[in-house]
Design a protein around this ligand. Sequence first.
Ligand code: VTB
Ligand code: MG
Ligand code: MG
Length: 337
Amino acid sequence: MDLELAVKPARRAGKGLDRILTLELVRVTERAAVAAARLRGRGDEKAADQAAVDAMRNELNRLPISGTVVIGEGERDEAPMLYIGEEVGTGSGPKVDIALDPLEGTTICAKNQPNSIAVIAIAEAGSLLNAPDVYMQKLAIGPGYRPGLIDIDAPPAETIRVLAREKGVSVAEITACILDRPRHAKLIEEVRSTGAAIRLIGDGDVAGVIHTTSPDETGIDVYLGIGGAPEGVLAAAALRCIGGQMQGRLVTHSEEQRQRAARMGVVDINRVFTHEEMARGDVLFAATGVTDGNMLSGVRFGKTGITTDTVVMRSSTGTVRWIKATHQDLEKFDEAG
Ligand code: VTB
Ligand code: MG
Ligand code: MG
């Protein structure tokens, strides 16, 4: 059969999410990023976070979707808004799962350090892993490597050596990104023992994982270590769109956490999830820089307008768009709703 004819009907039928939503998502992260950036470098994490949450929620509620937050700002009693289970959107459109972090890297934002972002992912209802707010062990590399290259259970030194071999460089030319935490002391030692370099980050491992997808730009080849599980699902959604490989496994510290995970659907707590299992079907992902970062610039407040830098992507087409926007209608950022 003619290939064109074979492919076109599926595309025309609009398999997956309505592509119009892709660009609509940009407004959502732009708004959250601008709100957070107004409080950037003020040393007040909570205020910046709350501003981002409010702005994201307002904009989300304008989207023609019937959305349910599955990865959000905690449970209903802890978070006034955008809690897990909260319904967002106009309610008139498709049923979708939403993973969001209105301000990923609140501490980074408060200190005005690199790589805090406003981030969101949308997928068809039932397609995103409902991860509780516990930790997740993560391992991620960028696109271009043969499938199945990474193994979260392999010794980290082995992972680094295999990666160097496959990239065709010496181990000394590999850079791993790891969260700077006492819990990573052994991991850091093991990676350094190979001769590889480590980029230690204070927070922001959604960005850390995404940075592996453009090693020439960011200088990061691999992400390893334990960070937030919600952030893991967001990063997985990005990798579904942009390419790369990721594995994650929940890390719990109490029976209560394990029961919560089970209630949310993770019955085998030791299960290793690939990025494809954490974010299935058609996925849309958007992130806007709040502070300057390796891939995204932070919000700029100019004399005549506000500039934002956003990346937005869709898994079913693999299209990745970089949208630098200049906003001259500044009132829209002040509206309450
Ligand atoms: C990471 C990091 C986040 O949480 O996921 C981290 O990417 C994990 O928690 O920016 P700890 O801080 O307890 O190590 C954040 O720092 C905050 O969401
Ligand atoms: Mg947050
Ligand atoms: Mg976060």
